[in-house]
Design a protein around this ligand. Structure first.
Ligand SMILES: [Zn+2]
Length: 271
């Protein structure tokens, strides 16, 4: 499932690929619903407008129009791509839009957990009021975040993945961040001293930033908007490495299912 780095890469690429001075001339819908019903009428209402920017909030892609935003979520297997030619249609393509220069952007999603939604710009804060802080934003108050985490009765790994507290960290990066911080994923968030959190936030920022520069991680089928696989998966220390040897201490990596998700860690490096 795409996490913050993968969605950020897609946003940056779409932002480069979509010409800002061209308007949407056509929508094509190949089915009625994804995770939610496709808002065909609302999307049709945006014809004639240019997309002025593509940016990310949490794991959502935001296409900016005049007074509206198209919100797109990739779910488990969603992807956007620029069509190579008119006949470029693939299995699991669900909708697409065309611009006045003839360029054509397609949303594909085999498992259909992704979605597309239209909101008025002024409703953005309200729409995302339940979301936690952005780990890569300078204005994020990490002291306050530490306070919140220290009041929790949950394992640190589960807390790190709680999108109401901090956004964009999913199963892969939570395991990697905790390894880099030498903190066991089983440790209760409320029992970690404040200075450990300093380390956790530092590694959160470093790992997410590095993953973005590597084009994200491709575990099963993630592809960026240019069709590239990510490269960060070759740098994992623990994720997906059960029974393999820790790159630091050479003891075997362990795996345990926590809150329904596979969790990987090195019991000798992480306490
Ligand atoms: Zn180790």
């Amino acid at each position: 499932m795409p996490e913050l780095p993968e969605v950020e890469v897609v946003c940056r690429e779409l932002s480069e690929m979509i010409p800002k001075n061209k308007v949407i001339t056509k929508w094509n819908f190949f089915r009625k619903d994804l995770r939610f019903k496709i808002p065909q009428k609302k999307l049709q209402g945006l014809l004639g407008q240019p997309i002025s920017a593509v940016r990310r909030r949490a794991k959502y892609i935001l296409f900016e129009l005049r007074d509206h935003l198209i919100i797109s979520h990739l779910g488990m297997t969603g992807s956007w791509r620029k069509a190579r030619n008119k006949a470029d249609q693939m299995k699991h393509d669900h909708l697409s839009f065309e611009l006045s220069d003839g360029s054509h952007f397609i949303f594909n999603d085999p498992r259909r957990f992704g979605f597309v939604e239209v909101i008025e710009k002024e409703k953005l804060a309200q729409r995302f009021s339940g979301l936690g802080v952005e780990p890569l934003e300078d204005k994020t108050d990490f002291a306050l975040l530490t306070k919140r985490f220290r009041s929790l009765k949950a394992p640190i790994k589960t807390a790190l993945m709680n999108q109401k507290l901090i956004v964009g960290v999913g199963n892969i990066y939570a395991s990697e961040i905790l390894f880099a911080s030498r903190v066991s994923p089983l440790k209760m968030a409320g029992r970690l001293p404040a200075d450990r959190y300093g380390l956790i936030w530092k590694h959160t920022r470093e790992i997410l930033t590095k993953a973005i520069t590597k084009g994200g991680s491709t575990i099963e089928n993630y592809k960026s908007a240019t069709g590239e696989a990510g490269g960060f998966q070759t740098e994992f220390f623990v994720y997906g490495r059960e029974h393999e040897l820790c790159r630091i201490c050479h003891n075997p990596i362990k795996m345990k299912v926590m809150a329904g998700r596979s969790t990987f860690w090195c019991p000798s490096c992480q306490k």
